[in-house]
Each structure stands twice: as structure tokens, then as C-alpha cells.
Design a protein around this ligand. Sequence first.
Ligand code: SAH
Length: 241
Amino acid sequence: MLPSFETAQKIFAEFEINLTETEYAAFLTYAEFMVEYNKKVNLTAITEPHDILVKHFLDSVIPLTYIEFEPGFTLLDIGTGAGFPGVPMAIMHPELSLTLMDANGKKITFLTELCEKLRDTIPLNVKIVKGRAEDCARGELRAAFDIVTARAVAPLSQLAEYAMPYAKIGGTFLALKGASESYEQGAAMVEELGGDLADFVEYNLSGGDLRRLFIIEKIDITPKKYPRSNAQITARKAPRR
Ligand code: SAH
């Protein structure tokens, strides 16, 4: 259900990521469980072993190679779906304190079962939250995370409003994007929410797909009126000051 350990090691090494046998074993468990579960619940269109390794696992773990973090850092993955990028990040860095968030109950059930299985191999430190990002940001989760991540959830201008309230000041929002988005599309909103583009990286995944990573630092508190309601967030209006 995955390319061999040696092949996987080589592919990860292209990005200077050292893959251990234990991590590989966890990824194997993950791939098998996800593909089996995918037969009854729609989790992913990517089911071919090499693609799972590259487009899900490798794609998820590359972003952390671009930032500095410490053991015990808290990481929130918004709209994690079948666990991307949060779960692969935690497989490679189980010392992170991971929170997975998704609005979809079926994905939450999958994630709960997945994390239970993975714990046989890796001591994951994970909490799972069912809810919409814009509905969960007013309580104890606000400004509680060192790192906030999201992949394939919404355009940057909306995604920033989901993500920024959760980041601590000095924390980082990692927006994992494809070739179709530029920072300019979300820049005004990111800044309004207290963010600043610290770095922008572009790379090709093994096999060629272009990826853009926006590394956004939270330099100021997010104004209390954010996040607004989902209807307002998706209305594409410029923020009112
Ligand atoms: N991040 C995963 C899943 C992407 S699909 C990946 O890259 O493979 C988008 C996921 O985001 C879905 O599971 C959906 O339920 C969730 N989602 C969309 N909007 C959301 C919101 N506002 N709050 C929480 N989850 C959301």
C-alpha cells in the first residue's frame, strides 16, 4: 500500500527529510486504513500508493522543514479532512501537541480511529475538535497555538480569517497552497488580522507538482470582530475598518 521503505526514504531525502523505519511503519498503517475506510466514506481521491506517499505524506511534512520549532509547540490543523497536513507532521514530530479540527463528523470519526491505530507505533499527542473554524475561535483555543496549518480548505483571504485568530503572537500560520494562488489575493486580509508574510517558498513535489508555502507571522492581536460569520467571510467583501 506504499512504495518500499527504501524508495520512500529516497523520496523524503530529496527534501532532506530523514525517514525512519518507525515513521514509515506509521505511514503504512495510515495509508492502509485510509484506503480501506475510503471505500465506505469519501476521504480522498488519491489512492495510488506512490501518490499517497508523495501528494499526501511528503506534501504534508515539507512545510515544517522551513520553520523553526521546539518540542512542546502547539499546532492546530484547520479543515484537516483525512488528517492533512497535521497527522503526517505529528508522525515525524510526535513531540508536537497537535489539534485537528474539521467540521465534518465522518472525518472526525475516521480521525479518531486513525489516531488510535497510529498510537500502536507512535506516541501521538493529539486532540480532535469537531467544528467550524469560525465557530471555535472565541474560547480557550483563541491565540493558543504556536503553529496553525491548513491545506486545501479555502482561498487565502478566507483561510486567514479561519486561521489567524488561533495563532499566538509570534506564532506562525502555514498556508499550504498550489500553483493557482498568490499571496496578494489574501494580503490585505492577512494584515488586517495581525499577520505579516515572513517568508514565501515555492518548490516542486517529487514528480513535479508546484507548491507554494506562505509562512505568515502573527505580529499583532487579531481584532475581536474576527472571525466573522461564515456568510460574511465568504461574501468576498473587503474588510470594514
Ligand atoms: N486538509 C485536507 C482536507 C481538505 S478538504 C487535505 O488537504 O487533504 C477540506 C476540509 O475542510 C473538509 O474536510 C471540510 O470538512 C473542512 N472544512 C471546510 N471549511 C471548514 C471550516 N470553516 N471549519 C472547519 N473545517 C472546514
